[in-house]
Design a protein around this ligand. Structure first.
Ligand code: GLU
Length: 481
């Protein structure tokens, strides 16, 4: 196999998610690299659903994958609703194809039937473990005569089909990310290819489909490296050309363990529901294990698709640090046009939000929006009744003083004239504070808490104007007794 630089044709890539639960951020991550290879070379990127493990199958998982891709704006050329020249793109609809190749492998002597019971296999593994041996099928059934096999098949004995791995030799490949990789053939197990339920295992199905779907470049997670020798043997046995292989680094939790849902939110759609922008999430995951050639941190998907190259992928597993995503999301939010932002905020605005005041409220909270979902918490004091913590209000001053401060403040704020602009409002309040010689920090904080119920808010006078004269006067009328 030659190196990628010698490959000049259109590249065909694929993502092959298993519908076993949520749509995983790792799937989107890998897809971006697949898509870039395809787009840069005038090739195609396809989605194939690998649903052959019926024990892990989750009903709506496939729909969620397409929904997630749609939200992210990752476009694929074949698969899903799109179909394509190599349809179906779902493995459970291709069972006869795998059956055909399994039979071919048996006929050539590269695979064999195995009738061993689950109990026997467990016993065997336990014994091997006790003896300190590598757990591997002991090939009991490889020695069956063809008569024995025929008899057992006729009697409908449950069986699987196994790959016959050569006893000696080295299996190697030039990985586009990791360079030369090799395994001793003797360390490779006689992998099950067809299960007793008539479904293929991942190993047979992935090889057959990647070949039939003319995949030229195969990107997948590092966890599949030890499976690759089995796949290479299958390509050889079937007389097929190997695609180029690239094993991507494992994404990690902060503690360096493999990215998991126990320690991180790994569901694409949950980022949507929590108010992240798809552009920000894509930008964030693009930088997992890859860096922009100019060191840029903020770039669009289309820029990524142009500049991505596999040689900038690192081998060590990147850490999934969502603090960085928060930072990016804020940047993307502030880069949106007002109209676009309003449109995206809509699903996050509570039903009692005064939409007609959004134009006034938005500029006041824009700097503090990390996610779209923050909008409710950051704005509720504008339109909902507030609760004022009495202790906070009286923290820096006596009850008497605060009561008198509130009273005169109300007097000053009663005339409409004070409310013409937030500058006018500020002017009146500052004069009042100076005239009475109130301590600035105490008075302004007291006022802020009385008006908003909070200590940290957008600029006070602009906030007061948006809340409105009548409501502010009401809030300044606090009954302490
Ligand atoms: N179905 C496998 C998975 O869910 C695909 C691995 C591969 O890309 O070969 O990860």
């Amino acid at each position: 196999m030659s190196h990628t630089s010698s490959f000049t044709g259109p590249k065909r890539t694929r993502i092959a998610p298993s519908p076993t639960g949520i749509a995983h951020v790792g799937t989107a991550w890998m897809s971006m690299f697949d898509l870039a290879l395809a787009r840069q070379s005038g090739g195609q990127f396809l989605i194939r659903i690998e649903d052959t493990d019926r024990t892990r199958f989750v009903e709506d998982a496939e729909a969620k994958i397409y929904e997630a891709f749609e939200w992210l704006g990752i476009e694929y050329d074949e698969g899903g609703q799109k179909g394509g020249p190599y349809a179906p793109y779902k493995q459970s609809e291709r069972l006869d194809v795998y059956q055909k190749y399994a039979q071919e492998l048996i006929a050539q002597g590269d695979a064999y039937y195995c009738f061993c019971s689950a109990e026997r296999l467990t016993q065997m593994r336990n014994d091997q473990q006790k003896a300190g041996l590598l757990p591997k099928y002991d090939r009991l059934c490889c020695g069956l005569s063809s008569d024995d096999v025929q008899q057992k098949l006729k009697a409908n004995e449950p069986h699987v089909i196994r790959l016959k791995v050569p006893d000696v030799g080295v299996i190697s490949w030039e990985d586009l990310i990791r360079g030369h990789v090799e395994f001793e053939s003797s360390a490779v197990d006689d992998q099950v290819l067809m299960k007793s339920d008539g479904f293929p295992t991942y190993h047979l199905a992935v090889v057959v489909d990647d070949h039939l779907m003319k995949i030229t470049h195969l990107l997948r997670g590092e966890e599949w490296i030890s499976s690759t020798p089995k796949h290479i043997l299958l390509y050889r046995a079937l007389g097929w050309e190997m695609p180029f292989l690239a094993h991507m680094p494992l994404i990690r939790n902060a503690d360096k363990s493999k990215l998991s849902k126990r320690k991180n939110d790994v569901s694409i759609l949950s980022y949507r529901d929590r108010g992240y922008l798809p552009e920000a999430l894509l930008n964030f995951i693009a930088l997992l294990g890859w860096s922009h050639p100019e060191g840029k941190e903020i770039f669009s998907l289309s820029e990524f698709l142009d500049v991505m190259s596999l040689d900038r992928i690192q081998k060590t597993g990147p850490v999934f640090d969502t603090k960085k995503l928060d930072w990016m999301n804020g940047i993307y939010i502030r880069n949106l046009s007002v109209e676009d932002l309003k449109h995206r905020l809509e699903p996050f605005l509570p039903s009692d939000f005064p939409r007609e005041r959004l134009d006034h409220i938005l500029p006041l909270i824009l700097e503090r929006l990390v996610t779209l979902k923050d909008v409710e918490g950051l704005t509720s004091f504008f339109f909902r009744p507030i609760t004022v913590d009495r202790d906070e209000l009286l923290k820096k001053s006596s009850l008497e003083e605060v009561e008198s401060q509130l009273k005169v403040t109300r007097e000053v704020l009663t005339p409409e004239a004070s409310w013409q602009s937030h500058e006018a409002l500020e002017e009146s309040i500052r004069q009042l504070q100076e005239k009475n010689n109130w301590k600035k920090s105490q008075y302004f904080m007291m006022l802020r808490i009385a008006v908003t119920g909070q200590q940290a808010t957008p600029p006070l006078f602009e906030t007061m104007r948006v809340i409105g004269r009548e409501e502010v006067l009401k809030r300044l009328t606090i009954h302490f007794h």
